[in-house]
Design a protein around this ligand. Structure first.
Ligand SMILES: *Cc1c(COP(=O)(O)O)cnc(C)c1O
Length: 367
C-alpha cells in the first residue's frame, strides 16, 4: 500500500533517550524543558523572533483571531484545508471567500479589495502546498484599509520567500506539525510573531490565561507535551535531508509524468521550496476519478487535496459566495504520493498508471 504521505520516524533509540530524561524529571507537560529547547531551536532554524509551540495547527488559527480581536468579517481563501474556515467560524467570525489565482492557487489579491466592507477586520490566507502567497500585495491592501493579516502556513515549514522563512510574514503566522507534514511532532503546531506584546498574550492564551494565581486574560489549553517536543527535537535536525529527499522524488515525477494533459501549480518567484506536496491537475473531474480508481486498484492511495472548495461546504452554503477558479481546481486536483523514502520504482509505477489512464481517456473521447 502506498499512501499519499508517510510520516518520518526517527531512530527509536534516539527518542528513547529523550524519554529517559522525561522519566527522570517527571515533568510531562506545562512549559517543560524539552518544549523550551524545541522552541528555541525552531526560532533559530526559522529565523523568527517569537514562536509558541502548541497542540496543533488549528487551535493556533483560533488563537490568532482571538489575539487580534477579530470578531467580524475575515477575507479568506476557499482553497485550503477545512481547518482555516473552521477556525474563522469557531471564533464566531464570518468568512468572506476571495477566489484564488489560476496559476498557483493562493488567494488572488485582486479579488480581495472588492470584498472589503466596514466589517472587514482581517485577511486569513493559506500558503498553498508550501508556496508563498503574494505577500507584498496582500500587505499593501491590509495597510490601506487597516486590516490584520494572518497566514495559515501549515504547508510551508522549511520554505523561504526572499530569503526569509515564509512563517515570518503577516501579523501572525501559524504552522501545523501534524504527522503528515514536512516537519512533525506527531500532533503539534506553532504560532509566530515579531511582536513582543503579541507573544506575551499568546503565551498566556496557550495555558488558560493565567500563571499561578495571576489571571491575565481569557485562555485556552493549547499546551503541548514533553513527548511531542521530544519527537520535534529528534526530527528537526533531519529537515534539510528530508527536504532534499523530497526534492529527488519531485524530480522523478517531473521527468516521468506526461504533461500533455496534466498541469501543475506554479511557484511564486523568490520562493525556495520545501517540496511539501505533488499536486497534479487533470482536464476534468471525470479523468481525475478514473486516475484515482486506477491507482486504487494498484493499492496506491492519492488524496483529493484540497477538496472541496471551502466556499461550497454545507455549513457556509448560505453565504453563497461563488469562487469559480477554486471550485474548478478543487474538482480536478490530486495530490500524488510524496514522502522522503518513496522508492523510484514506485514513482515509475505511479507515473505509468497516471500516464496510461490519462491517454486512454483521450483516445476514448476522440473515438
Ligand atoms: C494540516 C493543516 C491544518 C491543520 O493542522 P492540524 O495540526 O492538523 O490541526 C490547517 N491548515 C492547513 C492548510 C493544513 O494543511
Amino acid at each position: 500500500m502506498i499512501n499519499v504521505t508517510k510520516s518520518y520516524l526517527p531512530d527509536l533509540e534516539e527518542y528513547n533517550r529523550y524519554l529517559e530524561g522525561i522519566w527522570e524529571r517527571v515533568h510531562l507537560t506545562n512549559d517543560g524543558p524539552l518544549l523550551r529547547e524545541l522552541e528555541s531551536q525552531l526560532k533559530e532554524y526559522l529565523g523568527v523572533r517569537h514562536l509558541k509551540f502548541c497542540t496543533n495547527g488549528t487551535v493556533v488559527l483560533q488563537m490568532a483571531l482571538k489575539a487580534l480581536d477579530i470578531t467580524k468579517e475575515v477575507i479568506t481563501t476557499p482553497f485550503s484545508y477545512v481547518a482555516t474556515t473552521n477556525a474563522i467560524l469557531w471564533e464566531g467570525c464570518t468568512p468572506v471567500f476571495a477566489d484564488i489565482r489560476p496559476d498557483d492557487y493562493c488567494i488572488d489579491p485582486d479579488k480581495i479589495e472588492p470584498l472589503i466592507t466596514e466589517n472587514t477586520q482581517a485577511i486569513m490566507a493559506t500558503h498553498v502546498y508550501g508556496n508563498a502567497c503574494r505577500v507584498e500585495q496582500i500587505q499593501a491592501i491590509a495597510d490601506k484599509y487597516g486590516l490584520k493579516v494572518i497566514y495559515d502556513a501549515a504547508h510551508t515549514f522549511g520554505a523561504t520567500y526572499n530569503g526569509r522563512s515564509i512563517l515570518s510574514y503577516g501579523d501572525l503566522s501559524t504552522c501545523s506539525f501534524h504527522a503528515t507534514k514536512v516537519f512533525h511532532t506527531v500532533e503539534g503546531g506553532c504560532i509566530v510573531t515579531d511582536s513582543d506584546e503579541m507573544a506575551q498574550k499568546l503565551h498566556f492564551y496557550r495555558s488558560f490565561g493565567h500563571r499561578n494565581d495571576d489571571y491575565y486574560s481569557i485562555g485556552i489549553n493549547a499546551k503541548n507535551s514533553e513527548f511531542h517536543a521530544a519527537m520535534g527535537l529528534c526530527n528537526l535536525p533531519k529537515v534539510p535531508s528530508l527536504i532534499a529527499a523530497r526534492k529527488q522524488v519531485f524530480s522523478w515525477y517531473d521527468t516521468r509524468l506526461d504533461f500533455e494533459n496534466i498541469t501543475r501549480p506554479t511557484l511564486t518567484p523568490g520562493v525556495d521550496y520545501n517540496y511539501a506536496y505533488y499536486p497534479v491537475v487533470f482536464e476534468s473531474e471525470a479523468k481525475l476519478l478514473q486516475v484515482v480508481d486506477a491507482l486504487k486498484r494498484n493499492e496506491i492511495l492519492p488524496r483529493r487535496y484540497f477538496y472541496p472548495s471551502l466556499n461550497t461546504l454545507p455549513f457556509v452554503a448560505h453565504l453563497a459566495q461563488p469562487c469559480p477558479v477554486s471550485e474548478d481546481i478543487a474538482l480536478r486536483v490530486l495530490a500524488l504520493p510524496l514522502y522522503p523514502d518513496l522508492p523510484e520504482s514506485d514513482v515509475d509505477r505511479i507515473c505509468q498508471i497516471v500516464n496510461e489512464t490519462v491517454s486512454a481517456n483521450v483516445a476514448s473521447i476522440e473515438q
